[in-house]
Write a protein of this length. Sequence first.
Length: 315
Amino acid sequence: MRRSLNASAHRLGAVLLLSLAPAAAAQTNPLWTQEKVKNYLPHMTVPEVRDFLTRSDMVLIPVASLEQHGNHLPIGTDYLNGVEQAKLVAQRADVLVAPILLPGQSPYHMGFEGTITLPSSLVQEVYVEAVKSLIAHGFKRFLIMNAHGGNRAITTFIVDRINQETAGIAVDLGAVSGPFRDRSRMASVPTPPPDVLDRHGGTPETSSSLYLMPALVDMDAAVPAEVTMPAHLEAMLPDVLAGDPTALAVFLAEGLKDASTGKGTSSAEMSSTGVWGTRDPAEATLERGRVATEVMVEAAVAFIERWNELRPPGS
């Protein structure tokens, strides 16, 4: 009888202990690592969005991609870096961060496994329709932030379509925040000389990734790429590196294009690793990424504050 009573008491104690344990103890997913982030739409409840709308009508939307970034950076580099930058802005300014799509337009990276690309018209349509949903809830102003160079024209069209086709007001964050950037601060950070090609997946992007998502960067796999280009692009490269704007415009008009165009400049046709550059990505530094991010965030916040002065929320 005593044994039965002791067993019952033990079971009752265990039940009480579980009922009094903090909610965190009931966590069952061993992979869950996220913490709730202020003003980040995927983490917010309906009442929180409702409360946000009493303070602000502004939304920051990163437009990114899902594409190869060499051997050392993840497929989601543009999406993850863009969203992290946007979240940092939202901690300093009352702006809602609303990521819409992971992939963007990246047909020239399809030679490397993992890349996902969408037609430009479809990308535009998804963002414009998403903005219409947000407008229906009371949001009015939209900061479109391009997180992938190949989306530049798409971002321009998204901004124009929002302004021309909806009640919303949109701007390209990269363009409007430019005058607020502290370029002297960036110049004070040691960077490699611009004597070799160093673009997609190179030291600028690697540096930012080391700051924004360090656990996903594999620097042990970072190796210089072997890059080959059509002879006429190779011939104009010295002018591009010297800062000639005309040479750069012509170079980019042909460089890094879909294999189906016949230009011979898709990433798989030009690069052994997918990185478009010959500089060793190992020359990237966390400090360079930190300063670049802080300069971007501060410029974005300065523009948002100025926009709120010119057009206060709710006006």
